[in-house]
Design a protein around this ligand. Sequence first.
Ligand SMILES: [Zn+2]
Length: 327
Amino acid sequence: MANNLTIVMYHYVRPLRGSRYPDLKALELERFRGQLGFIQRHYHVVSMEEVIAATRGDASLPERALLMTFDDGYRDHYQHVLPLLVDRGLQGSFFPPVCAVRDNRMLDVNKIHFILASGANPRQLIDEIYATLDAKRTEYSLPGNAEYFAAYSRESRYDDPQVTFVKRVLQKGLPKSLREPLIDRLFRRFVTEDERGFAAELYMNSVELRELRSAGMFIGSHGDRHLWLNTLSVEEQRHEIDASLDFLSELGVLAHDWVMCYPYGGYDDSLLGILRDRHCALGLTVEVGVADLTQHDALLLPRLDTNDLPIDGKALPNKWTCNATTI
Ligand SMILES: [Zn+2]
């Protein structure tokens, strides 16, 4: 019985060349088009409803089933992704964080992306970070700058050590009370003073999300403030989940058969308990792999990144595509 499922994760999808932020780590729209070609040749794109039915044993999936997921509620998804999916009769699943969409608040993670794409030299950003560390070292008992760099810089799948350092130290490496003002300062200095206006352009609004739904797309939870949910108290975890469920219900999404997509892939046992209490049907992580619905916990499904699949419609199947048949 075929119950393997390839879930692909997308973030920014936009025409980069000639745009205001050509260095943004985004998937170039043409490449997305190419990847859709590859996916349609080698996979069967399934809907979230079909996947939920399969995890309950009510149905089995076609061979090489693939689910497309789009995180963070970017307007890219409305503007560029939706028309392509509608054209091809494919369903995508979208996971907007509430505060970004409803309150026009920039997520810290997105501020960091645009700080890095602003054209500022990474060295300049590192100097700013060091200046903050120097000013607060005694108060917060912080280690030395070189020690910080050693701890947080590394070659990642996509970035060089300097960029990884800036990203990681701003995402996780400093106490919240230091990190947030520092990110704000860098964002105002290198990107814009008008956070709300920038957010209103960057993220979809409720009207666009409703249009997505009317077009047959699936919308799920990505929390309220896009936090590492495994770092929160149980009360805060409940708040994150319930705020996002209230928002989904405003959009007309059913309270059962809802799907959680963990921001940064962060979850823990208490969060999973809350999700089970609230009848969450599926959870999407950022662990890299092809899901086997007979093996994986439905709340802990792995995903591939868009970079794991070819972007040329004529490309030969790669190891993930081959895995999807043999698993
Ligand atoms: Zn996210």
